[in-house]
Design a protein around this ligand. Structure first.
Ligand SMILES: NC(=O)C[C@H](N)C(=O)O
Length: 334
């Protein structure tokens, strides 16, 4: 019999109708009461870590979740974290950086409809998550709508449909159908021992480029943030005609700020040297995102800035694959 720990954090799955719309309100016992059929074959303990809409979750909450997994790691075979969907992909990414060398599954799930509603995706999602948490596999995963997605590769694509998440630039890990797990991809076994490293620096800003953005906006970041992720267009690049952003990028990098260039395109990642608009950016000490998604990049940059004050080391950490978050060029050609 597998021992699974369910850690509840709130989200729609645990929500009830309040005076101002849905609000997390169920206890972990009430959550588990909706799933009596699950008691067979599994021993499930539940703990509530917080009861928040995931919009309210902050990097400090990621640390609380990571510490709980670490604390109970030896006592259980797998972990299920119930969580709101809105920021679930940020949390799964952050956990992937803070908890490395996992040889047990840490599975996040949630739902689009509360578990207490008659027609809901919650029961299937929790049941599938518990099923996957009893697999012999290490790593952080999202289980949602019968699909298993690597924790660093998920993006919430839909606000209402049951298939809320997609796996971006990476195959699904598995499909789950009627309790049967069908793998599409498996991670290599962790080489490093299991470790917890929760040093985060949350002074990270995310900036979406649009035609006509004023260069002066970058001045607002000085002193307030240590890193900025610029979601540029297409393969990557910044305007140097009209409202020229390049002098500001030069200023920020020379001040020691970590400037990451990524793309607004969800699929296939940046390729900064393809166009002149990118080449001109690449002459500065910028960090490249490759095909990482923005959720993973935000968490990774916070984690990298928590590991080192050296810009060169931060760049090294962000540009090195961790937990399957980044495709390196030779892999792409395979
Ligand atoms: N479906 C959900 O869980 C959405 C909710 N607002 C949350 O992220 O907590």
């Amino acid at each position: 019999m597998k021992n699974i720990l369910l850690l509840a954090t709130g989200g729609t799955i645990a929500s009830v109708e309040g005076n101002e719309g849905l609000v997390p309100g169920l206890s972990v016992e009430e959550l588990l009461d909706y799933l009596p059929e699950l008691s067979s074959g599994l021993h499930i303990d539940g703990k509530i870590l917080m009861n928040q809409d995931s919009t309210n979750l902050q990097p400090e909450d990621w640390v609380t979740i990571a510490e709980a997994v670490y604390k109970y790691y030896d006592d259980y075979d797998g972990f299920v974290i119930t969580h709101g969907t809105d920021t679930l992909a940020y949390t799964s990414s952050a956990l992937s950086y803070m908890l490395q060398g996992l040889d047990k599954p840490v599975v996040l799930t949630g739902s689009q409809v509360p578990i207490s509603f008659q027609k809901t995706d919650a029961r299937k999602n929790v049941s599938d998550a518990l099923r996957f948490a009893s697999e012999e596999i290490g790593g952080v995963y999202i289980v949602f709508d019968g699909r298993v997605i690597l924790g660093t590769r998920a993006v919430k694509m839909r606000t209402k449909s049951y298939d809320a998440f997609e796996s971006i630039n990476h195959p699904y890990v598995a499909y789950i159908n009627k309790n049967e797990v069908k793998y599409q991809w498996k991670p290599a076994k962790a080489e490093a021992p299991f470790s917890l490293n929760t040093n985060l620096c949350s002074d990270v800003f995310l900036m979406k480029l649009y035609p006509g953005m004023k260069p002066e906006i970058f001045d607002c970041l000085k002193g307030l943030y240590k890193g900025v992720i610029i979601e540029s267009f297409g393969n990557g690049g910044l305007p140097f005609a009209g409202r020229n952003l390049l002098p500001k990028v030069q200023e920020l990098t020379e001040m020691g700020m970590a400037v990451v260039i990524t793309t607004q395109c969800l699929e296939e990642g940046e390729d900064l040297l393809l166009y002149e608009v990118g080449h001109k950016v690449a002459q500065y000490d910028v960090i490249l995102s490759g095909d990482m998604n923005t959720e993973a990049l935000v968490a990774k940059l916070m984690w990298a800035l928590g590991q080192s004050e050296s810009l060169e080391e931060v760049k090294g950490i962000v540009e090195t694959p961790i937990a399957g978050d980044l495709t390196i060029h030779s892999e792409k050609e395979d």
